[in-house]
Design a protein around this ligand. Sequence first.
Ligand code: HEC
Ligand code: HEC
Length: 302
Amino acid sequence: MIHFRQPFLQNKMPNPIFERLFSAAWLTGVRSLSCDWALTTHRFLGISLLMTIATIAQSQDSEETYTSQSYAEITRLGEAIIENTREHPLSRDYIGNQLNCTSCHLENGRHPMAASFIGIATAYPAWSPREKRVITLQDRVLNCFMRSQNGTRPPVGSKLAIAITAYITSLSEGQPIKVNRDKPLGPNHMPTLEPPKDAPSIRRGRTLYAEHCASCHAADGLGGNEGPPVWGPQSYNDGAGLSRVSKLASYLKVAMPLDDPHLSDQEAFDLAAFVNSHPRPKFNLKKMLPTQEKMGEYNGDR
Ligand code: HEC
Ligand code: HEC
């Protein structure tokens, strides 16, 4: 187990009162060196007094600003990473496609239905059938980097992991804890669509895609200015939740077309079958897990 430095301490802003008093004391001291000795003694007493006031001022001030400011700062950082995951300096090295967390978790996870982050901190630690053990919210966040983001798992306890988890947790304020004994999903997870009457049809899906989706995600599925890729080398890999037809159908039902989801269950399944019939990156746990020294703890079998 590796211990990482807590980001809160590194981020601490200089205390303005302390700085002002310290420079006053310092200037007095510097000038005193060029003066006569009697004055110097006097000045040093002055310095000690100022330093004492400064120390008291700092300890009182930091008690307040430390907790309030740095909590807000770290959750803002978490949201910024969710919004711009593939370019943010803290996350870009762990991303292997053109997606951000918010590409699927719409509105930075604040959308009430499209893979919502609202309330999910109440469900963790939770049992995960995939890893066959109980995992934390942080594990759940980091595992997304290997699948939906087709990248590598950032270290447990890293600044990015704490920031994202803190932001997500802030969206659960005031909600009651739900003990989650069967699956790692929060109280607002997407309802799973029942398989429709007719088996999902790639052929029908192709027509629906041209009609409802290609304007934003491009006819070749590789994305463009209006929407991210939905298949191909820059998309989610075949270990991601959305690579399963039923999960993608459940997602499309509540999320797409963007701002106007209106698909019938049958259409959602047909589209999901069509989208997932295209090639996408392969999930490979061995490649996506970092070396033991860089990992912290991976809550699963290697
Ligand atoms: C390709 C789409 C996609 C991307 C990109 C993606 N996710 Fe997800 N994620 C999902 C889906 C789908 C679920 C399952 C949601 C459900 O069933 O309600 C999920 C589930 C989760 C959960 C568990 C939700 C719960 O209800 O307990 C967390 C936490 C999470 N993702 C975090 C992230 C983070 C952080 C990122 C960015 C690093 C990310 N995801 C990127 C699609 C994605
Ligand atoms: C008006 C443009 C628009 C239309 C139409 C649209 N989408 Fe999207 N879609 C987006 C945008 C934009 C995102 C990313 C959301 C964000 O970044 O806020 C997205 C995200 C997605 C995602 C998750 C991220 C990814 O790229 O894998 C999937 C899957 C998806 N759309 C599939 C579809 C399908 C299927 C249709 C047709 C039913 C469709 N979309 C229609 C704009 C659109």
